[in-house]
Structure formats: structure tokens, C-alpha cells
Write a protein that binds this ligand. Structure first.
Ligand code: 13P
Length: 247
């Protein structure tokens, strides 16, 4: 069975209430796209965004491993689900770098997402020096082994490959390098998750734009994108949804 493409947006720490107009514009332009669409806004907007329409599914950007408790400033998967989220990013490189999150932390967060009925979008990716030193596959292989729990399936998890050096820089790996990494990830998952490996959607993230989305989404084992800057405006993200629908 073919994997349905996913156009996912990560608004990071951007988006006040006025930005909900972008979601209204996407709903009007794409009543029934041929791909899944997910936007992960700041937690303050999850509830209002989820109420807008049916095309754009809403996700959190992170969750705590626990369901509730004394963890000031954190948010649980259960609270995100209660607000209308259907997914949550875990292990984004900005969380790994800014908050020291380890593979074990990410693994626990993915299981927390499932506990609350959310899809875990598990993020991996090498730094610039790791790629320069020829270690990209080894690093991503290690992150997959540590971050993707044994219970992961194509229904409860999505894997996003985001090379850190391509995030927000305008730099994109060659299509050959993206293919090499995505083929490698599929092969690694076939070893660790033999029954589910073919079902996982593998997203590419890092400077995806309307102008390069179609060629990236056509690469072997690329099942969509995780998009930062170009997900903030409906005009840009619409081009990416179109590319995912046609790919
Ligand atoms: P950009 O698309 O802005 O490079 O960000 C990618 C990203 O980090 C999405 O999670």
C-alpha cells in the first residue's frame, strides 16, 4: 500500500492569534488535498487552530514524558490532545540543542504521545561537522536506534530527517544525499521494526520551500516534508501542500 504524503509545518516560537488567518486561508484553498496536512503552532494556538477546519490537523512542538504533575512550563501529550492536537513533534534538533534532550528523553516522549493517542513525529539529523566528518549515517542511525521505541508503527509515528545545518539556512543537501539518507533510514527501520518499516512516513526537513518541494518529495523514500519558515504563510505553505498532493 502506498504511503500518503504528509506536509507538516513547524511554526516554532512564531504565531500570535492573528496568524490563525493563515489557517483559514489554507482551509479555503485546500478543502480536500491529496495529502495529509499538519501544523504545529505554539501551544497557545492549538485549541483555536483545531477548531478552524478539517484539512489542517494540529500538533504540539514538544511534550513532557509524564501525563501531569509539577513540571512548570512543560506541557503533556494528554493536555495537547485535550486541546485538539492529533500529533506532537519530539526530539526536534532545537529541543535537543537548547534543552539537552537525549535519545532516551525523545524515546520516552514518543511513548507519551502514543499514551495520549497522538502521532509522534520523531526528529533526527546530523550537524554540519558530523556531515563534514562523514558521520551523517552513523549519527542518524544511532538517533533512530535510541529515539524510536520498539512499539512504533506507521500509524503512531512519523520520522523526520532534518539535517541541522539545513534548518533555516537556505542550504539543502543534494537530492542524492537526501536519497542516500532516506534509503538508509528505511533499511535501519527494517532491521529494528521489520513489520512496520514500510509503513513509516519519512519526512525531509530543512529549508523546504515551494520552489524545491516537488523535487525533494519525488526522492526515493521521501514521504513529505517538515517545514519551518515556509509554513508560516498560507501562500508559501500552499505551494508545499500542492507539491505533496501531486507527488
Ligand atoms: P526551515 O524550513 O525554516 O529550514 O526549518 C526546518 C525545521 O526545523 C522544521 O522543523
Amino acid at each position: 500500500m502506498g504511503r500518503r504524503k504528509l506536509a507538516a509545518g513547524n511554526w516554532k516560537m512564531n504565531g500570535a492569534k492573528a496568524a490563525l488567518a493563515e489557517i483559514e486561508a489554507l482551509e479555503a484553498a485546500f478543502p480536500a488535498p491529496d495529502c495529509d496536512v499538519l501544523i504545529c503552532p505554539p501551544a497557545t494556538l492549538v485549541s483555536a487552530m483545531a477548531a478552524i477546519g478539517s484539512t489542517v490537523k494540529v500538533g504540539g512542538q514538544d511534550c513532557h514524558a509524564n501525563a501531569s504533575g509539577a513540571h512548570t512550563g512543560d506541557i503533556s501529550a494528554e493536555i495537547l490532545a485535550d486541546a485538539g492536537a492529533t500529533a506532537v513533534l519530539v526530539g526536534h534538533s532545537e529541543r535537543r540543542a537548547d534543552h539537552g534532550e537525549s535519545d532516551a528523553d525523545v524515546n520516552a516522549k514518543a511513548e507519551a504521545a502514543w499514551r495520549a493517542g497522538l502521532i509522534a513525529v520523531i526528529c533526527v539529523g546530523e550537524t554540519e561537522s558530523e556531515r563534514t566528518e562523514g558521520k551523517a549515517l552513523e549519527i542518524v542511525g544511532g538517533q533512530l536506534a535510541g529515539s524510536v521505541p520498539a512499539g512504533a508503527t506507521g500509524a503512531n509515528s512519523v520520522i523526520a530527517y532534518e539535517p541541522v545545518w539545513a534548518i533555516g539556512t537556505g542550504l539543502v543537501p543534494t537530492l542524492e544525499d537526501i536519497a542516500e539518507m532516506h534509503d538508509f533510514m528505511r533499511a535501519e527501520l527494517a532491521k529494528s521494526h521489520p513489520d512496520a518499516a514500510e509503513d513509516f512516513r519519512l519526512l525531509y526537513g530543512g529549508s523546504v520551500k515551494p520552489s524545491n518541494a516537488a523535487e525533494i518529495f519525488a526522492v526515493s523514500n521521501v514521504d513529505g516534508g517538515l517545514v519551518g519558515g515556509a509554513s508560516l504563510k498560507a501562500a508559501d505553505f500552499g505551494g508545499i501542500i500542492k507539491a505533496a498532493s501531486e507527488g
